[in-house]
Write a protein that binds this ligand. Structure first.
Ligand code: NDP
Length: 491
């Protein structure tokens, strides 16, 4: 008989926490899980899943005109946000229930409450109840960060988008990463007037330059007003803007620490939503422009959810970016406490959190120490056009060793027939020495689907010659991956 209430207590019911809890319970371990908000976490409730459904919704605008080019007698329709939003929320309710059922069927005890660490083996629930566990897994994820700017709480974040009662007419998105670019495309597709300010020279920093260049061009062509080298310097409710003699940016009344800072046990972390967003927002930017938008959305990165969890008091090390510091086995400095997923800020992707959860169970409950492999992780950015990527960008690869670059860009058959100017890009980076394909970058409809499969070959260490030995599937966009005969350059 164990001295503890549980073999494992998981804090956080997102993708990583739920998977770890279920798989650990399947080994016969006694497992509990606490979640303060809705089961499913960022991915299911306010991230990947609702985002992807919004991507689908937003793509129909072009489908109507394409259909006419293909002989269909159809009119452009009007998008009905409340109707879509109701269906979206029903789907999220369904998915949340699926997660609960899966946990229940696995005999994981669920606590619908916030939990924090009391010590290395004790978790304290919001009502003060204490539960002991041999192992504690922190899988609390992250939350959208706002810049340190007076009145920043007037801006919304990706958390708020799904809860909007109606679509704004205009929005300013700050940031040039995954979330900024994806939501710029989604909202543009749904008919919102989208402006994007990115402080750097080109959006999607860190990705292959040709690929990000094409995405930026296409986003602009589709109507998104992208300003690079531009950032917000001041913001206020439009009625309060300085020229109008209102309180103005920086006033005591309007300022305040981001909601997150004030959170303690019993308070809900996900209420990190815009305070106002009730009226238009006045914005002054680094280019000197002063403009008014219905909403300002911050997509300026995500911070690990570590506040008020009793981590440091329990001896867990917190890193410079607020993340829980773990070793290759997701173990913290406190041997009984582990952490997985976004809260560790290794690679902030759902499938990675799930793999970290599985490796944790292998290590701790199956006696098979397993490191998580963070190399060659394929990923997709659901912009329009979509991007799929795995391995090194051309820039990173050529810094590492001499490479050959194979690249082609063309108008794909389906949209070219409809008279659209959309282009796709297929690119392989190949080691001159070993012939191994070091990177693959695809900008194309369904690039996410393509990169999953290219990722298998690249993870296996396929060479360019092995790609070439694979017969093309014709006529497809992806056949170009096996038919690019000559490098466009060496570097
Ligand atoms: P990212 O880190 O991708 O992008 C943050 C952006 O905000 C960058 O462009 C950054 O600029 C900019 N930024 C940061 N601070 C400021 C500031 N103070 N003022 C102005 N701009 C600022 O974060 P996201 O929020 O887009 O996404 C978080 C993570 O979630 C991603 O890294 C990804 O791992 C994951 N994700 C994955 C998705 C997918 O797989 N499809 C979809 C959505 C999210 P700079 O480049 O100069 O640093």
């Amino acid at each position: 008989m164990s001295d503890f209430d549980y073999d494992l207590f998981v804090i956080g019911g997102g993708s990583g926490g739920v998977r770890a809890a279920r798989v650990a319970a399947a080994t016969g371990a006694k497992v509990a899980l606490a979640e303060e908000y809705r089961m499913g976490g960022t991915c299911v409730i306010r991230g990947c899943v609702p985002k992807k459904l919004m991507v689908f919704a937003s793509e129909y605008r072009e489908v109507f005109s394409d259909a006419r080019s293909y002989g269909w007698d159809v009119e452009d329709g009007d998008f009905n946000w409340p109707k879509f939003s109701d269906r979206l929320n029903s789907e999220l309710d369904r998915l949340e229930q699926v997660y609960r059922t899966l946990l229940g069927n696995s005999d994981v005890e669920i606590f619908d409450t916030r939990a924090k660490l009391a010590d290395a083996h004790t978790v304290e629930l919001a009502d003060g109840t204490k539960k002991t566990a041999k192992h504690i897994l922190v899988a609390t994820g992250g939350y959208p960060a706002r810049p340190n700017l007076p009145n920043a709480e007037l801006g919304i974040t990706s958390n708020d988008i799904f809860k909007m009662k109606q679509l704004p007419k205009s929005i300013l998105i700050i940031g040039g990463g995954y979330i900024a670019c994806e939501f710029a495309c989604i909202l543009n597709g749904l008919g919102v007037d989208v402006t994007l300010y990115y402080r750097g020279a080109q959006i999607l920093r860190g990705f292959d330059e040709e690929a990000r260049g094409l995405i930026a061009d296409m986003m602009r062509e589709k109507g998104i007003d992208i300003h690079v080298g531009t950032n917000i310097v001041e913001m206020a409710a439009a009625e309060d803007r300085p020229e109008h003699g209102g309180r103005g940016a920086g006033s005591d009344a309007a300022m305040g620490a981001p909601a997150e800072d004030a959170k303690g046990i019993g308070e809900t972390r996900v209420s990190d939503t815009a305070k106002a967003a009730k009226g238009p927002i006045w914005v002054k930017s680094t280019n000197g422009k002063e403009l008014v938008f219905d909403h300002v959305m911050f997509a300026t990165g995500r911070d690990p959810s570590t506040h008020g969890l009793g981590l440091e008091e329990a001896g867990v090390e917190i890193g410079r970016r607020g993340e829980i510091v773990v070793d290759d086995y997701s173990q913290t400095k406190v041997p009984s406490i582990y952490a997985i997923g976004d809260v560790t800020k290794r690679v902030e992707l759902t499938p990675v959190a799930i793999r970290e959860g599985m490796a944790f169970v292998e290590t701790v409950f199956k006696g098979n120490p397993t490191k998580v492999d963070h190399e060659l992780i394929p990923s997709a950015i659901f912009t329009q056009p979509e991007m799929g990527t795995v391995g090194l960008s051309e820039e990173d690869a050529r810094d590492q060793e001499p490479v050959e670059v194979y690249c082609t860009s063309f108008r794909p058959m389906q949209t070219a027939f409809a008279g659209r100017s959309d282009r796709v890009l297929m690119k392989l980076i190949v080691s001159q020495k070993t012939r191994v394909v070091l990177g693959c970058h695809i900008v194309s409809p369904h690039a996410g689907e393509m990169i999953q499969l290219a990722g298998v070959a690249i993870k296996m260490g396929a060479t360019k010659e092995q790609f070439d030995a694979t017969c093309a599937v014709h006529p497809t966009i992806s056949e170009e991956l096996v038919t690019m005969r000559d490098p466009v350059r060496t570097a």
